[in-house]
Design a protein around this ligand. Structure first.
Ligand code: NAD
Length: 485
């Protein structure tokens, strides 16, 4: 367990070693619940990224690349077991680093272990194809790894996004270089050490700490990288895709959303409303798949808003370690961003319907933003269109199914959506008409589901992670044409 009374120096994990433990010149890591510095990271440079890419290449061309799929899978399964053995330590680290409530941190670590279990057991089960071609010839389409893959991951789910991205890439046989976010990256560093304990050869998995504009940009534009997986903001996604394009490197982009939760008048509200609230309050709304808009059929608008307001008012906000309903925002910078977007929405005509309450025992200095329910905004306003990335739910009425679908699709994003109705025909009509990578009917996964393909349409990005699909993204096809007569 981490000594919470002092500042722990972390290092990169490169070529099987923890290196360059942070000095005072490094990057301070703050506990969002208290604002206190509790860890420090090295500020990685382009030279550190060069070392990591060289180590990954050597592993890919050496021990790691030579391993059978079965052996690779067994190592990932051992890593999964080690993550579960260290679950208490990792959950505490995730909670301190991101501010998320302990229960959620524990769930995130369990999900991360499950990613390595899923991909470990899938490593020897994805096949290429043979193609019936000309008599006297056999054609094989082999599924081969890209080589060295780059992974730029955000601060909102450091453990889970590390698991889903690196798990699929390693299972497919790639060697990885990860640049986690400077605001929260301690669990990926710790899990990279556990991977060595699990038997992963040195260099197969490297984690370089540092700033996005320095280490991140160096990784995105590196000539030694063969594929990049990026999760984060649309602006940075554009920069990463442009840098990758210079080297003609394929990219997977997962860029967030403005996901609608649609409540029809025939919905089971007792079941729906707790899910609707959780879909925006989970992780203090800092979830790419957060259900940040609730669209409510006009005939039940008043009743639903009353019941949602009661739920928001009952939520308690406090330090992650005390396991409240909602923890703090990750950083002072993000808190300012959320607060400015909400202030602009209020100036634009939106009204606050309810806010959650602060835990009186919450420490001073934390970055708290109590969950808030708003209505009265126009569907074209910034509140309806922009990803706030905070625990802010905006409500909008609709008249009929056609308007619900029109509003659901009326943002640049298309990541996830939920539809709450008992009408079977409408369930499927909505599922087909909504532009989103995942549509949930009478439930909401908020991005969950290791086994479910996940990714965006429109400005939410392209490519898929999670599920088998996620592993296939980390491969390419080599066609072998054998003439045997
Ligand atoms: P960001 O996109 O800047 O950061 C994500 C990752 O990219 C981090 O690891 C960061 O170090 C890295 N990065 C930053 N600049 C880079 C560059 N030029 N080249 C390569 N890598 C770079 O996100 P942020 O600034 O921390 O957050 C801003 C907003 O992004 C949030 O308010 C939210 O709307 C959105 N966001 C979305 C997700 C998501 O899951 N879709 C996650 C985090 C943030």
């Amino acid at each position: 367990m981490l000594d919470r009374t002092s500042v722990t120096a972390f290092g990169h994990v490169i070529d099987g070693q923890v290196t360059d433990r942070a000095t005072k010149e490094g990057i301070d890591v703050l506990d969002p619940s208290t604002g206190r510095v509790f860890a420090r990271l090295p500020r990685g440079t382009a030279a550190d990224v060069d070392r990591a890419v060289a180590a990954a290449r050597a592993a890919f061309e050496g021990d790691w690349g030579a391993m059978s799929a079965l052996e690779r899978g067994r190592i990932l399964m051992r890593l999964s077991a080690l993550i579960l053995e260290h679950a208490a330590e990792l959950a505490e680290l995730e909670c301190l680093d991101t501010g998320k409530p302990m229960t959620q941190a524990r769930n995130d670590i369990a999900a991360t272990a499950r990613y390595f279990e899923y991909y470990g057991s899938a490593a020897d089960k994805h096949h290429g194809e043979t193609i019936p071609y000309t008599r006297g010839m056999t054609v094989m389409a082999l599924r081969v790894p890209h080589g060295v893959t780059g992974h730029i991951i955000p601060w909102n789910y450091p453990a889970q996004i590390f698991g889903r991205s690196v798990g699929g890439a390693l299972a497919a046989g790639n060697a990885c270089v990860v640049k986690p976010a400077e605001d929260a990256c301690l669990t990926p560093l710790r899990m990279a050490e556990l991977a060595l304990e699990a038997g992963l050869p040195a260099g197969a998995l490297n984690v370089v700490c540092g700033l996005g504009t320095e280490a991140g940009a160096a990784l995105a534009g590196h000539v030694g990288i063969n594929h990049i997986s990026f999760t984060g903001s649309p602006q940075t996604g554009t920069a990463v895709a442009k840098a990758a394009a210079e080297n003609h490197v394929p990219v997977t982009l997962e860029l967030g959303g403005k996901s609608p939760q649609i409540l029809f008048a025939d919905a089971d509200l007792d079941e729906a409303l707790p899910v609707v609230v959780n879909a925006i309050v989970q992780n203090a709304g800092q979830t790419c798949a957060a259900g940040s808009r609730v669209l409510i059929e006009r005939s039940i608008y008043g009743e639903v808003m009353k019941r949602l307001a009661e739920r928001f008012a009952a939520l308690k906000v406090g330090a992650g370690i005390d396991d409240p309903d909602c923890g703090p925002i990750v950083s002072a910078r993000q808190l300012r961003r959320v607060s400015e977007l909400v202030d602009a929405a209020l100036a634009d005509g939106a009204k606050v319907v309810a806010t959650a309450r602060m835990d009186a025992a919450a420490p001073e200095g934390g970055f708290y933003y109590p969950p808030m329910l708003l209505d009265g905004a126009a569907p074209e306003s910034r509140l309806a269109q922009d990803e706030i990335f905070g625990p802010v739910l905006a409500a909008f009425p609709f008249e009929d199914e056609a308007e619900a679908i029109r509003l659901a699709n009326a943002t640049p994003y298309g990541l996830t959506a939920s539809v709450w109705t008992r009408d079977g025909g409408r369930q499927m009509r909505c599922a087909h008409a909504i532009e989103a990578g995942q549509v949930f009917i009478n439930n909401y996964g908020a991005g969950g589901g290791i086994e479910l393909p996940f990714g965006g349409m429109k400005r939410s990005g392209y490519g898929r992670e999670k599920a088998f699909e996620g592993m296939i993204s980390f491969t390419t096809i080599k066609t072998v044409v054998l003439k045997h007569g």
